[in-house]
Design a protein around this ligand. Structure first.
Ligand SMILES: Cc1cc2nc3c(=O)[nH]c(=O)nc-3n(C[C@H](O)[C@H](O)[C@H](O)COP(=O)(O)OP(=O)(O)OC[C@H]3O[C@@H](n4cnc5c(N)ncnc54)[C@H](O)[C@@H]3O)c2cc1C
Ligand code: SF4
Length: 809
């Protein structure tokens, strides 16, 4: 059977290509043996959501669309971090930069776009980047920790989302734009001015009608020079001036290209067996830059490859939504007036609402909404259908509420055909959503999202999904509440209570007994349940490795090039010459490209290959520093009274004691501690989860601090006299946090949510503190060092071995 399968190779592990495969696997799961080459070192992720990652609402783990398990489950050979450098179209082979060659019967090119970088003098300087991928997002996050001034060139959708993210990261941000108003490709001037004012109120600065001339600075960028001689200071410049289809591979392999790779209505290039899909493809003169059309292309291509009849792809009308919190902007179709068009406008400056509809021949051809975009998806649907709207113009302008949508009278949602797309980003039709509600039992937007992916990307269709929910679920929709994820309506406390009450012991059991809507759960609930079960049943529960993220599974942090970093535990940041020599020898032996001191006073050996990890740990013979995962990371200390003339207490001794007590602690979020020997606070204890600051005759204990993206100073929990009391309170606080916070909730968020007083109250009684201390001790007594465990267990070591003949990740 397998021998008969044709070889299908996908170049580009991005949104469009993998989406096409998802369709294909549904239509013809057995037709092909599939190999994917992706230049980025990650599984397929939602690029759209990078804006949310930058703006702080989402973690990188959460934007993964298909995790590695998905590829395995379809026997897909995935080569991450491999760039295809050549296609031998005669021999039907592709070659990668890492020396892999793969034969294909059918080849899909889905190489996406490259950001357009203005060829300004100085553009090669450090600190000049684009906003396209995870790497760019991480650079912005890192730069914001060290520098303060950012300039974004480009006042379009991407530029504004980058600028909003940088503002959130605490930088001063100026947006430079060549036109006299922003987002001119999506908005008219009135809406653009309202948008600019709103963004200015959020702290963004605008430099309009400015032509960039040169980038200033020596090695690193210092500023931007404009054609009018003025300058703007900048430690970081983000260029967001457009994208160009990535066609180099196709061009050099003899495939016909213009701006993009030329394709017909079936996504076929000029060469037999070679297709292109996504931003790299040019169809009827258009290379699209938004996912909705790319997903439509993917569906057509999948049918073609599966041998299912299709009418082909006929092009798309596009709509856009700005993903900036506090600002609602929507634009679709032909939004500027032209000969033969009429427009209707509504503007309310007091409420900050602007609406404009453009009509031609009694049909809606374009719309701009600012301030209230709830009707965006509905208007977009009318534009696409080309329906006659005569007599309904004013109603459409003044608003369609979800209530009105669900009302029996004039219910457009009800009359909408089943194959009408509701979620453009993920290509989800009305029929699919209706079925998820009526047959799948979904009763909340969250459940629909988990079940169908509708509203999982830009969120622009949420009002329509809500309207459909009201239409099909009626009463049930009203009473429903959001659970920890779309698989359940139960919240964290209810789940924990049920696990305790019914003595549930495995993730599977919880899902079965508590009626999970998805048998396998999702990337949110699986790790949460794994944590809650481990917290409640420390002795009985067997940790589910597959419910953990990559870093936790490999006990090392994966880096952007696919290698790992190794951080051994160095208690309290205190090491010795002998230990340093050992670390140095291991670094030399394993050819470690970079050795770095971390912010938590540890040594980080970066650039380690996965297969070398167990051997390195063996040679180091040191415990894991747990620089990954939701656990105790480090206890930072100052020299304290041991050497410092200001020190009043032994900060080093206290820090080492705390670290030895709590290492390997499994917690809802990562936990960082610090101990300072006097109120000068050189160890920065007041931005840690638990901070200890020495005072004359005792210690101040602080909780709920955070030094990351959302900086939060700690709250003072109490003042104690002895070291033993520090241990007692630290134990009680950490265990109380373990038992009461939601998974993935850092102490800073938790303290804010439940309030300092409630925590003080819970820890007030000594009896209760001692009981909590006993529970944390018991839990910790059952833990072992993961590195040692792997080193000594041949079965576990096998997970790190390279897979030789062709690698299936
Ligand atoms: C920050 C941001 C926000 C966005 N917001 C929105 C939005 O709100 N709505 C919307 O509709 N769109 C949005 N987009 C655009 C959307 O993400 C893209 O349209 C979509 O990702 C394009 O999909 P693709 O598969 O064609 O390309 P990509 O997702 O870029 O995938 C192409 C992949 O191919 C890889 N590749 C390239 N060449 C090779 C090679 N030779 N060998 C191996 N691999 C290769 C690349 O590394 C890349 O991983 C946004 C984009 C960004 C960057
Ligand atoms: S915090 Fe106080 S004791 Fe510690 S190093 Fe600074 S000044 Fe010295």
């Amino acid at each position: 059977m397998t021998a008969l399968r044709k070889q299908l190779v996908l170049v580009g592990n991005g949104m469009a290509g993998v989406r096409a495969l998802e369709h294909l696997l549904k239509l013809a799961p057995e037709a092909y043996e599939i190999t994917i080459f992706g230049a980025e070192p990650y599984p397929n992720y939602n690029r759209i959501m990078l804006s949310s990652v930058l703006a702080g609402g989402t973690s990188l783990d959460e934007i993964v669309i298909n995790d590695l398990e998905w590829y395995r489950s379809f026997n897909i050979k995935l080569y991450t971090g491999h760039t295809v450098t050549a296609i031998d179209t005669k021999e039907r082979k592709v070659h990668t930069d890492k020396g892999i060659t793969a034969h294909y019967d059918e080849l899909i090119l889905a190489t996406g776009s490259n950001p357009f970088m203005l060829p300004l003098p100085g553009a090669e300087k450090e600190g000049v980047i684009a906003f396209r991928d995870i790497k760019d997002t991480q650079i912005m996050q890192e730069v914001s920790q060290k520098y303060s001034k950012a300039v974004v060139i480009g006042g379009g959708l991407l530029g504004l989302e980058a600028a909003r993210g940088l503002l959130h990261l605490g930088m001063e941000v100026s947006v430079v734009h060549i036109h006299d108003y922003i987002m001119e490709r999506q908005l008219d001037e009135a809406a653009a001015v309202m948008l600019r004012k709103e963004l200015e109120a959020q702290g963004m600065k605008f430099l309009l009608k400015k032509q960039s001339e040169a980038i200033l600075g020596k090695k690193r960028v210092k500023g931007l020079l404009f054609a009018d001689g003025e300058t703007a200071e900048a430690d970081l410049i983000v260029m967001a001036v457009g994208i160009k289809p990535n066609v180099e591979l196709a061009r050099t392999s003899g495939i016909a290209v213009n701006r993009g790779i030329l394709v017909n209505d079936y996504m076929e290039t000029n060469l037999p067996g070679i297709y292109a899909v996504g931003e790299c493809a040019e169809h009827r003169g258009i290379a699209y830059g938004l996912v909705a059309p790319l997903y439509e292309q993917g569906a057509v291509l999948a049918k073609r490859l599966a041998g299912v009849p299709t009418e082909g792809y006929a092009g798309s009308v596009t709509s856009t939504k700005l993903k900036v919190s506090g600002v609602d902007v929507f634009s679709a179709g032909q939004f500027t007036e032209m000969d033969g068009t009429k427009s209707l406008r509504y503007q309310d400056e007091t409420e900050g609402v602007y609406k404009k509809l453009v009509i031609r021949d009694e049909k809606l051809v374009g719309a701009v909404l600012f301030g209230d975009t709830s009707d965006g998806a509905e208007l977009f649907s009318l534009i696409k259908k080309g329906e006659n709207i005569k007599g309904r113009e004013k109603e459409l302008l003044l608003g369609i509420s979800p209530d009105a949508l669900a009302s029996p009278k004039g219910n457009r949602l009800e009359g909408m055909p089943d194959d009408e797309i509701i979620c453009g980003c993920n290509g989800v039709t009305k029929g699919t959503i209706a079925e998820a509600i009526t047959s799948g039992g979904c009763t909340s937007v969250g459940q629909i999202k988990a079940c169908t992916k509708a509203s999982a990307s830009c969120g622009g269709c949420k009002p329509l999904v809500e309207g459909l929910l009201q239409l099909y679920a009626g009463e049930a929709a009203v009473t429903v509440k959001e659970g920890i994820c779309g698989c359940t309506t139960l919240g964290r406390d209810e789940i924990v209570a049920e696990i305790k009450r019914m003595k549930l012991m495995t993730v599977k059991e919880v899902m079965n007994v508590l009626n999970w809507s998805h048998e396998e759960g999702c990337a949110k609930c699986r790790p949460s349940l794994n944590y809650y079960l481990g917290m409640l049943w420390p002795a009985e529960y067997v940790d589910e490795n597959e419910s953990r993220f990559t870093n936790e599974r490999y006990h090392a942090n994966i880096q952007k090039d696919g290698t790992y970093s190794v951080v051994p535990r160095i208690y309290g940041g205190v090491t010795s010459p002998a230990e340093l020599i050992k670390i140095a020898e291991v670094a030399v032996k394993f050819d470690v490209p970079l050795v770095k001191f971390t912010g938590g006073q540890r040594l980080d050996l970066l650039g380690v290959k996965k297969e070398d990890l167990p051997k390195m740990w063996e040679e180091l013979d040191m415990p894991s520093g747990h620089a990954y995962g939701k656990t105790l990371r480090t206890v930072k200390t100052c020299v304290g009274s041991t050497y410092c003339r200001f020190g009043t207490q032994d900060a080093i001794g206290m820090g080492i004691r705390l670290e030895q007590a709590f290492e390997r602690l499994n917690a809802p979020g990562k936990v960082k501690l610090a101990v300072s020997g006097c109120p000068r606070n050189c160890a920065e204890a007041t931005i840690k989860d638990f901070g200890v600051v020495a005072i004359d005759g005792g210690w101040e204990l602080h909780i709920g601090g955070n030094g990351g993206i959302n900086v939060r100073a700690t709250d003072l929990l109490c003042v104690v006299k002895t070291d033993d009391e520090v241990m007692e309170w630290a134990s009680a606080f950490l265990q109380y946090y373990r038992e009461n916070a939601g998974w993935n909730e850092r102490t800073a968020q938790w303290v804010e949510r439940v309030g300092l007083d409630s925590i003080k109250q819970a820890l007030e009684s000594r009896e209760e503190r001692l009981a909590l201390q006993e529970r944390i001790r018991h839990t910790l007594s059952l833990t072992t060092d993961p590195w040692k465990q792997i080193v000594n267990t041949p079965e576990l070591r096998k997970n790190f071995e390279p897979i030789l003949s062709p690698e299936t990740v």
